[in-house]
Design a protein around this ligand. Structure first.
Ligand code: F6P
Length: 497
C-alpha cells in the first residue's frame, strides 16, 4: 500500500471519541512557539495518522526539502532559482543573507531620511502595488497600527478608479509620498495608478512629482528607466517571490509608518518560526502538523475549501492575504516534473472575521453538506480600551464555535440536528505585535511549502496568471482579434452608448 493510500483509507474515529480515548490529546496536539499557541486537537489527527503522514514526509524527503529551502538551494525548479524569503529574516545562504541585510540598511536609511524631512513635509503615503506587492504591506498596516502614526496611508491596488479617486480627493498632493511597489516593475494596474497619481500631483501644482516617488522592486533598471532617482529605488532579490515579499523592501510603508523597530520585530519573529521549522522533529513541527491536517482533509475527506476566521478586527485582512499565499502557490495541477498531479492541490481558502461571520456563513459550517476544516485565530490581549466585555465576548464566541462544530447536538427534528465532528484548528496569540505577526505569517508560508512538498508541486511559480493577462492585453490592444461570441457582445454592450 502506498503512503497516500494508507492515509486515504485511515479509519478515523470521530474527534470526540479521540478525546475520550486519549486524555492527554490536547497536550500532544498543541504547541507553543513565539508567543503563539496552536491547538490541532479538534481535528481527526491521531497518532496512527500522524505516523502515516510522517512516513509520507520521509518518503518525500521533507527534511531535505526544508533544508534546501532554508539554505538557498534551487527549489523553484521551473524558474531555475532559489526561494529566499527566509534570507530576508537572516536565515539562508550566507551571501543572500548578507545581501538582504545591505538592502535593508538602505531601506532604513531612506526611512530615517524621510522622517527627517529629506523629501519635504510628508503627511500622506500612497502605496501602489497589487497582489504580493500590496496584500502583505496592507495586512501589516492594518494589524499593527496603533492609531497615532505620523503618516496617513492608503494602499491602492485595483485598476478601478473608485479605489484611487477618494484618496486623491482626501490627500494633499504637496505632502504626499508615492510608493510604487512592483517586483517586475511592469504590472499594468500599478503603472496606470502611478501615472494617474503623478498626473494629479502635476495638476495640483507639485513641481517635481518624481521627486516624491519611492520604488520597491527586484527590477531596479526598469525603475531607473521609468525616471526614478537611484537614491529612492529600494531593490530586493529576484529570488524573493511576490507573495513572500513583505519582508523585503516591499514592506517599506510598514517600516516607515509603524517604525523600523516594529519591522525588525516582524523579521525576528519570522526568523524564530524559521528556526523552529528547520529544527523541530516532524511530529512536533508546527507548520508540518498543520500541513498534515490540510492534506488529510483534502485527500482523505474530499474537502475542497478551508475557512479562516480571524476573531480580531486587526487581522481582518489575513484571510485575503492567505488566499494569495496558498492559492497562488499551490493551485497547480502538475507536479514539479510536469506530470499530472492526479489529486487536489490547494484547497480554496475563504473566510472573514468573527463574530460577524457567525451571523452570516456559519449556518453552512454547522449544518451544510460540505465538510469545511475551519481555522480560528484570536489574540489574548485586546486591541482597544473599551470594556472587558467586548474582548471576553469575542474570545468566548470563538472558542464556543469551535466546540460546537466538534460536539454537535442530536435532535429528532432534522432542522435542529447538528451532526458535529467538524474539525477546526485554533491559533491563539498572546498579543498582536510585530514579533507574533512575523512568526504567524512565517508559519503560514512554511505550511504552504510543506503542503507543496507532500504533493510534489512547485509552490514558487505562478504561470496560471499569464493567460488572463495576455487575453486582457489582446483586448486592450483592440485590433482585429475576435473573441468568442459572448465576449464580443459584452464588449459591444459595455462600450457603445
Ligand atoms: O499576476 C500575479 C502577480 O505576478 C503576483 O504573483 C504578484 O504578487 C503580483 O502579480 C504583482 O506583481 P508585481 O509585484 O511584479 O507588480
Amino acid at each position: 500500500m502506498d503512503h497516500w493510500n494508507a492515509i486515504e483509507t485511515h479509519p478515523a474515529s470521530p474527534i470526540k471519541a479521540l478525546f475520550d480515548t486519549n486524555p492527554d490529546r490536547v497536550e500532544r496536539l498543541s504547541f507553543e512557539q513565539s508567543g503563539i499557541y496552536f491547538d490541532f486537537s479538534k481535528t481527526h489527527m491521531d497518532s496512527d495518522l500522524l505516523e502515516k503522514f510522517t512516513d509520507l514526509a520521509r518518503a518525500r524527503d521533507l527534511a531535505g526539502k526544508i533544508e534546501a529551502l532554508t539554505t538557498g538551494a534551487i527549489i523553484n525548479t521551473s524558474e531555475g532559482r532559489a526561494a529566499e524569503h527566509t534570507a530576508e529574516r537572516g536565515i539562508g545562504d550566507e551571501t543572500s543573507v548578507h545581501h538582504a541585510r545591505l538592502l535593508r540598511s538602505r531601506m532604513q536609511a531612506l526611512v530615517h531620511a524621510i522622517d527627517a524631512g529629506a523629501l519635504g513635509e510628508i503627511e500622506y503615503i500612497i502605496h501602489l502595488g497589487i497582489g504580493g506587492s500590496a496584500l502583505g504591506p496592507e495586512l501589516l498596516l492594518e494589524a499593527l497600527k496603533l492609531g497615532d502614526e505620523k503618516y496617513e496611508t492608503a494602499v491602492i491596488s485595483n485598476i478601478d478608479g473608485c479605489a484611487l479617486e477618494p484618496v486623491l480627493e482626501r490627500f494633499d498632493a504637496d505632502k504626499t509620498l508615492i510608493v510604487i511597489a512592483s517586483k517586475s516593475f511592469t504590472t499594468a494596474e500599478t503603472f496606470l495608478n502611478a501615472s494617474s497619481v503623478l498626473g494629479w500631483m502635476r495638476e495640483q501644482g507639485v513641481t517635481d512629482p518624481f521627486g516624491k516617488v519611492v520604488a520597491l522592486t527586484a527590477n531596479p533598471e526598469k525603475a531607473l528607466e521609468w525616471g526614478i532617482d537611484e537614491s529612492r529605488i529600494l531593490p530586493f532579490a529576484e529570488t524573493v517571490g511576490g507573495r513572500y515579499s513583505l519582508w523585503s523592501s516591499i514592506g517599506f510603508i510598514a517600516a516607515l509608518t509603524l517604525g523600523i523597530e516594529v519591522f525588525d520585530d516582524l523579521l525576528a519573529g519570522a526568523a524564530e518560526m524559521d528556526r523552529h521549522f528547520q529544527s523541530a522533529p516532524l511530529h512536533e513541527n508546527i507548520p508540518v502538523i498543520a500541513a498534515f491536517c490540510d492534506q488529510y482533509y483534502s485527500q482523505a475527506r474530499g474537502c475542497e475549501t478551508r475557512a479562516v476566521f480571524a476573531y480580531d478586527e486587526r487581522l481582518r485582512l489575513l484571510p485575503v492575504y492567505l488566499q494569495q499565499l496558498e492559492m497562488e502557490s499551490n493551485g497547480k495541477s502538475v507536479t514539479s516534473e510536469g506530470k499530472p498531479l492526479g489529486r487536489h492541490s490547494s484547497p480554496i481558502i475563504w473566510g472573514g472575521v468573527g463574530t460577524d461571520a457567525q451571523h452570516a456563513v456559519f449556518q453552512l459550517l454547522h449544518q451544510g453538506t460540505h465538510l469545511v476544516p475551519t481555522e480560528f485565530l484570536a489574540v489574548k490581549e485586546p486591541g482597544h480600551s473599551l470594556s472587558e466585555e467586548h474582548h471576553r465576548g469575542l474570545l468566548l464566541n470563538c472558542f464556543a464555535q469551535a466546540a460546537a462544530l466538534m460536539a454537535g447536538q442530536t435532535s429528532d427534528d432534522g432542522n435542529r440536528n447538528y451532526p458535529g465532528d467538524k474539525p477546526s484548528v485554533t491559533i491563539l496569540l498572546d498579543d498582536l505585535d510585530g514579533r507574533k505577526l512575523g512568526a504567524l505569517i512565517a508559519f503560514y508560508e512554511h505550511r504552504t511549502f510543506v503542503n507543496a512538498m507532500l504533493l510534489g508541486i512547485n509552490p514558487f511559480d505562478q504561470f496560471g496568471v499569464e493567460l488572463g493577462k495576455e487575453t486582457a492585453n489582446a483586448l486592450l490592444a483592440g485590433g482585429g482579434t475576435m473573441m468568442d461570441p459572448s465576449t464580443e457582445i459584452l464588449k459591444s454592450r459595455a462600450f457603445t452608448a
